[in-house]
Design a protein around this ligand. Structure first.
Ligand SMILES: Cc1ncc(COP(=O)(O)O)c(C=O)c1O
Length: 381
């Protein structure tokens, strides 16, 4: 029999729930993808690039025009060191591939990588495939980070700590004081920080996205991951980028060149042209998603779900313990089968899910009619 590099790994919860959702023709608020299209001008740019014959390989690190606009954007937003498009930015076919390249290049056999649960599903398997050992620490019940547990877990094998802000699935942001505490915990170490910032342009109310690259004590040993799939509402395009100091970028590119070599060309050219034409585009993403969150939350006011605070990303966590005592996987299946609404059970993001937790994740990056229709169904419970 063929040995497995990931024994026990089945289809991801997103695949399972989306398949079930299709089977029951449910409203799919499970997998995190928008129901609406990217900006029409961006689509025009892609079409034009294709028609103009820009259909062959891009340079390995990415189209210079795109890296330049991204460097200039980041320098405008403020980073602890000046971002150079050639030295610090690598365009990749989506954040998932970026994360994989980062773990493969920076984690050596036996190195420990700290993940905070609930954690996005690709981190742990990607660490394992790199020969590393995921060390999974649960977030505190209020969503704050377990810095004491982090301190206690650090040893000579600890190579990297992974942070995700804004957070999937919890919709929380890692604020300035959390970054400062993390810097203090890591002060006398050379532990790297990987910050998954794919929802960086979806922050609500008074919350602010703070990149690891803004933190002077961490930026020189940090890697930030971004996704155009999220920022452009184009998850199917699989395009993202990595920003890191030069010594880390060099190692990441050594691996990345053999993972994919380059990301697709017309979308890179288009992204550069679009971002240049729309210098404030990113701000519009937060406004749009906050409107969706508010619509969904208001429509659920009369339901028996208890809604958790949502500061960013496009997920709303709902506690259903007033409705049912079923474990969350069973309850998520029950919702698809009975009222036709698909969600993600939050236990899927844990190594050891808290037994008493009754949380579902709803993706609200959907058309208003879809959100209102699903809220109407959910209010019947
Ligand atoms: C936290 C997080 N990281 C990474 C990704 C993957 O992004 P991409 O589609 O660009 O590979 C996702 C997608 O849902 C995500 O939620």
């Amino acid at each position: 029999m063929q040995a497995s590099k990931l024994p026990g790994q089945g289809a991801s919860i997103f695949t399972v729930m989306s398949a079930l959702s299709n089977q029951y023709k449910a409203i799919n608020l499970s997998q995190g993808f928008p129901e609406f299209n990217p900006h029409p001008a961006l689509i025009d740019c892609v079409n034009r690039a294709m028609r103009d014959g820009l259909n062959q390989y891009s340079p390995m690190a990415g189209q210079p025009s795109l890296r330049e606009v991204l460097a200039s954007r980041q320098n405008h937003w403020g980073r602890a060191f000046a971002i150079d498009p050639d030295k610090h930015i690598t365009i990749v076919p989506g954040a998932t591939a970026g994360l994989f390249s980062i773990f493969q290049s920076l984690v050596m056999s036996g190195d420990e990588v700290v993940l905070f649960d609930p954690s996005y599903d690709c981190y742990a398997p990607s660490v394992v495939l790199a020969g590393g050992v995921p060390v999974r620490l649960a977030l505190n019940v209020d969503g704050s980070y377990p810095f004491e547990a982090l301190k206690n877990s650090i040893n000579s094998k600890t190579k990297m700590v992974v942070v995700n802000t804004p957070h999937n699935p919890l919709g929380l942001v890692f604020d300035q004081s959390a970054w400062i505490t993390l810097s203090e915990v890591l002060a006398d170490t050379d532990i790297l920080v990987l910050s998954d910032e794919v929802y960086e342009h979806m922050v609500f109310d008074d919350s602010e996205h703070i990149s690891v690259l803004q933190i002077p004590d961490l930026a020189h040993r940090a890697v930030a991951v971004s996704s155009f799939g999220k920022t452009f509402h184009a998850t199917g395009w699989k395009l993202g980028y990595i920003t890191a100091p030069e010594h880390l970028t060099q190692e990441i590119r050594k691996v990345y060149q053999f993972l994919a070599f380059a990301a697709n060309t017309p979308m890179q050219i288009a992204a550069a042209e679009f971002l240049t034409s729309y210098p404030n585009y990113e701000e519009s993403v937060s406004v749009l998603m906050q409107g969706k969150r508010d619509l969904f939350v208001n429509a659920l006011q009369s339901s028996r779900f208890r809604l958790m605070p949502c500061q960013g990303a496009y997920f709303q966590i709902a506690d259903y313990s007033d409705i049912s005592d079923m474990p969350d996987q069973a309850f998520a299946v029950h919702l698809i089968e009975t009222i036709g609404v698909a969600t993600i059970p939050v236990s899927a993001f844990y190594l050891n899910p808290p037994q008493e937790q009754r949380w579902l994740r709803f993706c609200f990056a959907k058309n208003d009619e879809t959100l209102l229709k699903s809220a109407e169904l959910l209010c019947q419970l």
